[in-house]
Design a protein around this ligand. Structure first.
Ligand code: ATP
Ligand code: MG
Length: 448
């Protein structure tokens, strides 16, 4: 009785009241949430209205609602509905059921893909878990309020109905958007244990949205960070890629460090964050990537990882050369070493690995500015990536800027200009850093 009275005075909800409140969302109308309907894609509206016309509930959900509330055009639209995957599939001409464990439906309109998901049910204690508590499978359908409770952060758990223009908010997401706060839904330790990738996600969102991480959400991260090691490497790699290609890679890496997630977690991160020699190069590469993404230009993961690991390659390349190997085979050996090590730990896909190798292997060839070599380089299918990489090496001070300028002129020049460039004597080989001299095998005295 007294407790109830104190709660009433303080405006604090009892656990039962809190649970009941989460069954019923706060509903905001267009005036209250201020979403600009122009930011919505017509295909998202097509999907929600088709489902609704057929008697189902359907909403835009997750990151798209968050972005709409922030006045940002979402890059993709996810839809949540109470229709089952089969029911969804029947309503669209090009719809494909994806996934074995928890089925979702991909609805395609031309190139545009929308992910349509049936509301997920509450996590059940009996769901299979690994020995650290990570949920391996849970594929029950459920009510909308249960779907909301299973999402990661309050700002990612809102639903928008384009027909009524209302936002349904189950976990105080609107308030957190206004406070620019990232808050995990439920008990943070439990949620990280269920899925440790959420620790990487919170860091990515904090950097990307420039939000602060709520103290209770942030506090367990340094302690629970090692749980990420038990997540399949392919999934961690996907999340890392999202992080590095978010347009805020530098900020993300700084956040990772701040959250205590940078150490001993991912071999690649150790390399990136703790190599003093390549710091300038990596910083430039990431700044360059962020800029390209913000300008809407494509970024290849191969180029990105080739940059992140370049100084490891250089170190090994120098070592092989010092041991008497010729420059080109030494570079290939160094690339093999680095790729083999990272492929195991990072689940680097084969395609990304071969792009990286191409970019690295082109580098010494840029230093040959005579004869047919430069013309052959012009025909190389990966010339652009190799050249961008060369410019990065120049900008970082590894090579003389003159080499990059020569290549810019050669690539842009006409036949005559190119011929002239080939006769220009380079100021030097372009190499700034002093490389150890190749060790020659000592001449054996000739036997008499
Ligand atoms: P982005 O802008 O990076 O796409 P997003 O929030 O849309 O951000 P997605 O990975 O596309 O992120 O996920 C869509 C939604 O699914 C999220 O907004 C969230 O509600 C839910 N979600 C995704 N991953 C998890 C997770 N690991 N745990 C709980 N909910 C998740
Ligand atoms: Mg998304």
């Amino acid at each position: 009785m007294i407790k109830k009275f104190i709660r009433k005075i303080l405006g604090v909800k009892s656990p039962a009241e809190a649970a009941a409140a989460k069954r019923k969302p706060t509903v905001l109308n267009a005036k209250e949430h201020g979403i600009d309907p122009q930011l919505l894609s017509s295909n998202a509206i097509r999907v929600t209205s088709t489902l609704q016309e057929n008697g189902f509930k359907a909403f835009v959900v997750g990151g798209a609602v968050r972005d709409l509330l922030l006045g940002v055009k979402p890059k993709d639209f996810d839809i949540a509905t109470n229709a089952t995957p089969d029911q969804i599939k029947r309503l669209f001409r090009r719809a494909f059921i994806i996934g074995k464990r928890f089925q979702i439906v991909h609805v395609m309109f031309g190139q545009d893909l929308l992910e349509v998901t049936t509301f997920r049910g509450a996590a059940v204690d009996s769901a299979p878990k690994d020995e650290h508590g990570r949920v391996l499978r849970d594929n029950t359908f459920g009510e909308q309020f249960e779907d909301a409770a299973r999402r990661d952060f309050t700002i990612n758990a809102m639903y928008y109905d384009p027909a009524t223009q209302s936002v349904l908010d189950y976990h105080g997401g609107i308030a957190d958007i206004r406070k620019k706060t990232l808050r995990i839904i439920g008990v943070p330790e439990e949620r990280y244990r269920e899925d440790p990738v959420r620790m990487l996600r919170v860091v990515r969102f904090a950097a990307k949205l420039q939000f602060t991480i709520d103290e209770a959400t942030r506090a367990p991260i340094p302690v629970m960070a090692p749980l990420i090691n038990n997540v399949p490497t392919a999934r961690v790699f996907d999340e890392m890629l999202k992080l590095l290609m978010s347009g805020h890679a530098m900020a993300c890496l700084q956040q990772l460090r701040k959250a205590g997630l940078h150490h001993g977690l991912m071999p690649l991160l150790d390399v990136v964050l703790e190599q003093p020699m390549g710091e300038r190069f990596v910083t430039l590469a990431l700044a360059n990537t962020d800029e390209r993404i913000r300008q809407g230009k494509p970024v290849s993961p191969g180029f990105l990882f080739a940059s992140l690991l370049w100084h490891q390659v250089v170190e090994k390349w120098d070592a092989y050369k010092a041991a008497g190997e010729f420059a080109i085979p030494a570079l290939h050996l160094a690339a093999d070493d680095v790729l083999n090590k990272q492929t195991d730990s990072l689940a680097l896909q084969r395609k990304i690995g071969s792009d990286m190798r191409d970019i690295w292997a082109m580098q010494p060839r840029f230093e040959k500015r005579v004869g047919k070599t430069p013309y052959k380089m012009l025909e190389h299918p990966r010339l652009r990536a190799g050249y961008d990489f060369l410019l990065l090496r120049c900008a970082s001070g590894e090579l003389d800027a003159e080499l990059g300028e020569w290549w810019t002129a050669f690539m842009e020049g006409d036949g005559e200009q190119r011929e002239h460039l080939l006769t220009v004597k380079p100021k030097d080989t372009g190499v700034v850093k002093k490389r150890p001299p190749r060790r020659r095998a000592p001449r054996k005295p000739v036997a008499e």
